[in-house]
Design a protein. Structure first.
Lengths: 115, 112
């Protein structure tokens, strides 16, 4: 099946620094990608919808300036956590929707730990 | 609004036991319903789906029926295996086709 790859899978950073997480669709094109945050024992929370070549659409309560999303090509979206703080520590998951079937595929997730 | 509620885990079963994981939803319009599975260290994978009322999704021995009257989409398997140990997420896709809403996930542990 289609593959979505996230990198890095784990990252540890100091408070105040910025971290970039990449999401790539390896064998299909995706005009739309989604970024989720998964809290322990809680569901995936949709953070934003990323459309290739346009600005991301953020969900209510998600800070646009804190979580910068860029969808530069049909196979790559990036999430940058700016000026990270310990409360930003979480598991971030991306998904990509194929342009052909509309099916959604998920990345393996990226574990962010802010010290 | 749209939301999904699923039973809390973990669920621990012996191999070959019958599995039910309950899922109910609230939604505007006519959503599509999904079960995703997350194996340790991996991303979410689509397990099965149903796009309209009374549809039954099935895959790998798992089944779920879209029940509009009870707004439910319970996951069942007649005989679980150790390899089924994973976290299972119930989800709905809103009728305007651009957002997924997930339940909190149910961890399944199957013991030999």
């Amino acid at each position: 099946g289609a593959v979505v790859s996230q990198h890095p899978s784990r990252v540890i950073c100091k408070s105040g620094t910025s971290v970039k997480i990449e999401c790539r669709s390896l064998d299909f094109q995706a005009t739309t990608m989604f970024w989720y945050r998964q809290f322990p024992k809680k569901s995936l929370m949709l953070m934003a919808t990323s459309n290739e070549g346009s600005k991301a659409t953020y969900e209510q309560g998600v800070e646009k300036d804190k979580f910068l999303i860029n969808h530069a090509s049909l196979t790559l979206s990036t999430l940058t956590v700016t000026s990270a703080h310990p409360e930003d520590s979480s598991f971030y998951i991306c998904s990509a929707r194929t342009t052909t079937t509309g099916e959604l595929f998920f990345g393996e997730g990226s574990r962010l730990t802010v010290l | 609004g749209n939301s999904v509620t699923q039973m809390e885990g973990p669920v621990t079963l012996s191999e070959e036991a019958f599995l039910t994981i309950n899922c109910t939803y609230t939604a505007t319009g006519y959503p599509s319903l999904f079960w995703y599975v997350q194996y340790p260290g991996e991303g979410l994978q689509l397990l099965l789906k149903a796009t309209k009322a009374d549809d039954k999704g099935s895959n790998k021995g798992f089944e779920a029926t879209y029940r509009k009257e009870t707004t439910s989409f319970h996951l069942e398997k007649g005989s679980v295996q150790v390899s089924d140990s994973a976290v299972y997420f119930c989800a709905l896709e809103s009728y305007n086709f651009n957002k997924f809403y997930f339940g909190s996930g149910t961890k399944l542990n199957v013991k030999p």
